[in-house]
Design a protein around this ligand. Structure first.
Ligand code: ATP
Ligand code: MG
Length: 581
């Protein structure tokens, strides 16, 4: 609120939030929404020449060239509105009532026949390649060639400019595409609720991410997925569960993945067809246009633009991963096909948030150590390497540019380390990273089995006695361990006090260390309840997650600011999962 003067009388006015549209720009009906459609992607990139123009061919097949395949989603039968992101709707200039508009619901539950000009009645899916930790794979493709791998159940249906920013809207679980590999093309309500809430939450945490738009569920279609029986402690699912099919729509400037650049680079390398290098160049130009336009001068020579791209992607990816560690996030499956080339979080499948501190935390049983919590900087480097390798052929004859480009690749680990140190210093309220102090802290956190987010939040009060931190310990500590904590605390406090005003530092720490984290055992009841048609808990979580750094009410604190109960340790579907779709 600020004081303004009207007729010389002071009046209170509410400052419009920067992302809040003015009343005139608020879109309340589908007709106005559809008018924003602008499919420059479909007009500038190559379509699969073998695709039927109407997009009705959903058979799993190889796609040999082109950047996208026109394909129609398969509508959810009897779609019911579950929720939408009010925050994001406001940013886009959409009114909340639009989420309940009949045509809007039809379109975002997969029925494109409800779309009207200039919207098109066909969407698109894209192919991509897969590398796991820097090793190229083609075996995941049913033909063994890699030509049938890509968006198997993600279908983009809309592209348009909202308040000056171009966005692509993509249905997840929108039915089969040529890349479905025999899958059903669906996502279940369980995973859709998780992805929807997590995207919203990450945004509120200040971590770059694809965004949640809407979530609809079918009242008549279910799909079976392997899952865990009640109280199962097995590593793998032990039963098949019918779960309602759902479609969550996510939004981003583009859904370009490192794996997508790789697909075209691999084809160029093997001279798969005469236009391979040109298609690679087109997809990289598209990446610059969609994700880096405001930071890369379009009048630079293309090779110089590529160097800028390499620098910016390195900055974004390292900062992203540092943020993941800051908030306790583990992506779980950070392959090149789950690594957005725009440098934001994408694919909330087997992810989790660290509760009891473990640097090797990994909720996905298929993910192994290499994608675990503290290994994410290395996993990011492997993905960056694949990006570098994919783009490099476009610089082929320019030795000077190549040298520069290679140097940026070489410096990745150093930039990553700088970002990490900056992040750890900020988490500890310090202006500088102190390696010894940090190492001691990590050991103490492991020995006391601290709850990662709860510990850092309690530390943000800058206590002078270890007893204040015990709220975050899962074990009872010995007097000896308490002594070690106290001496660590004393050294740390001394450094903090040298850095400035304690109240100011504490405030900053609380903006760095969220109070409310994702606790899977508190999310499970929300999707279970949603499966019964009750969305109260989903909405409650949306509200809690939208202000993760705020204190919120006593009732919210009592329910959500807590250690994980013992019953949920090693619980299948809560502490770990082998299936996430
Ligand atoms: N039920 C399904 N039917 C068809 N394809 C699927 C299905 N589940 C997953 N896939 C495809 O398998 C690939 C690997 O799955 P993964 O779990 O990484 O991705 P996802 O969660 O579906 O998608 P995204 O990366 O788009 O968020 C993806 O290309 C995905 O589209
Ligand atoms: Mg994926």
């Amino acid at each position: 609120m600020v004081l303004a003067f009207a007729n010389n009388l002071p009046v209170l006015v509410t400052m419009p939030h920067s992302s809040k549209p003015s009343a005139e720009s608020c879109i309340t009906n589908f007709d106005a929404f559809a008018r924003l459609a602008d499919y420059s992607l479909m007009d500038t990139l190559n379509a699969d020449p073998d695709a039927t123009g109407d997009g009705h061919d959903h058979r799993a097949r190889q796609v040999f060239s082109g950047h996208f395949v026109p394909v129609t989603p398969t509508p959810l039968p009897d779609p019911e509105y579950v929720t939408h992101s009010s925050t994001f709707f406001r940013e886009l200039g959409l009114s909340d009532e639009l989420a309940l508009d009949e045509k809007f619901r039809q379109v975002f539950s997969g029925n494109l026949s409800a779309a009207q000009e200039p919207m098109r009645q066909v969407g698109w899916a894209t192919g991509y390649a897969l590398s796991i930790y820097g090793t190229e794979y083609t075996q995941q493709c049913p033909f063994g060639t890699g030509n049938a791998y890509g968006d198997g159940r993600a279908i983009s249906v809309f592209e348009g400019v909202f308040n000056g920013q171009r966005r692509e809207m993509q249905l997840k679980g929108g039915g089969r595409t040529p890349y479905c590999r025999g899958g059903d093309g669906r996502a279940v309500l369980r995973s859709s609720v998780r992805e929807f809430l997590a995207q919203d939450y990450m945004h509120a945490l200040g971590v770059p991410t694809s965004r949640s738009l809407t979530l609809y569920v079918s009242k008549s279609e279910t799909v079976a997925r392997p899952w865990y029986s009640q109280d199962s402690h097995y590593t793998d699912p032990d039963i098949m569960v019918d779960n309602p099919a759902a479609i969550a729509t996510r939004v981003a400037p583009s859904f370009l993945r490192v794996g997508q650049l790789e697909l075209f680079a691999r084809r160029a390398r093997s001279h798969a067809h005469p236009r391979t290098l040109e298609e690679l160049r087109m997809i990289v130009s598209h990446l610059i246009e969609r994700e880096y336009k405001s930071e890369i001068n379009q009048y630079l020579a293309f090779t110089e633009q590529l160097i800028e791209l390499a620098k910016l992607f390195c900055q974004r990816l390292t900062s992203l991963v540092a943020n993941w560690l800051r908030v306790g996030y583990c992506q779980g499956n950070f392959n090149s096909d789950n690594c957005a080339a725009g440098g934001f979080t994408l694919d909330y499948g087997p992810f989790g948030f660290c509760e009891i501190f473990d640097p090797a935390f990994q909720p996905w049983t298929g993910g192994g150590q290499h994608f675990s919590f503290f290994n994410q900087p290395t996993a990011a480097e492997a993905n960056y390497h694949m990006f570098w390798k994919a783009v490099r052929p476009l610089l082929a004859e320019d030795t000077e540019a190549l040298e520069h480009f290679d140097q940026i690749r070489h410096d990745f680990a150093e930039v990553m380390q700088e970002q990490m140190q900056k992040m750890w210093a900020a988490k500890l309220g310090l202006t500088e990273f102190h390696p010894v102090l940090f190492k001691q802290l990590m050991q103490l956190m492991i020995d006391s089995e601290v709850d990662y987010p709860l510990f850092f939040r309690e530390l943000s009060h800058i206590p002078d006695d270890v007893s204040a931190l015990k709220k975050s310990f899962y074990v009872k500590t010995s007097p000896q361990l308490d002594g070690q904590w106290q001496s660590w605390l004393n050294s740390w406090r001394e450094l903090v006090m040298n850095d400035g005003d304690l109240a100011e530092i504490s405030k900053k720490m609380k903006q760095t260390n969220p109070k409310y984290t994702w606790r899977e055992w508190l999310v499970v009841p929300a999707y279970q309840q949603a499966m019964q048609g009750d969305y109260t808990l989903v909405k409650e979580l949306q509200a809690v997650f939208s202000h993760p750094y705020a204190e919120q009410s006593q009732a919210v604190e009592d329910k959500y600011y807590r250690l994980k109960p013992k019953a949920f340790f090693n619980a299948g579907g809560v502490s770990h999962y082998s299936c996430s779709s």
